[in-house]
Design a protein around this ligand. Structure first.
Ligand SMILES: [Zn+2]
Length: 105
């Protein structure tokens, strides 16, 4: 049989496990935000899990299935379109001619 002291230890471990799960869950939720800036101004800020198409003056940014990418752009070099999808924290897509930055935070 378990002693009273063992119960307390068991409950403490169980509580810690649950707390850790919650922490991980919310940590992931807040860690995946897409921020789109155009000419130094924030034009969109939202969760990476919300599917959305953001149309800027020269670029079309698509947020889909937890990834963000530039679908089309009117710039000459098309570097931003060729960057492809980003989904990890700290990744960015930059369109230098249009001064557009898409960032995952
Ligand atoms: Zn571009």
């Amino acid at each position: 049989m378990l002693k009273k002291g063992d119960y307390i230890i068991f409950l403490s471990i169980a509580f810690l496990g649950v707390a850790l799960l919650f922490f991980n869950f919310f940590g992931k939720q807040t860690g995946k935000t897409v921020i789109i800036t155009e000419k130094g101004e924030t034009v969109y800020e939202g969760s990476l899990s919300d599917d959305k198409t953001v149309t800027l003056s020269g670029n079309t940014v698509v947020i889909e299935n937890g990834c963000a990418y530039i679908e089309s752009a009117n710039c000459k070099n098309q570097v931003c379109v060729n960057t492809g999808e980003i989904s990890e924290k700290g990744e960015t897509i930059v369109c230098t001619p249009n001064r557009v930055v898409v960032e995952v935070e």
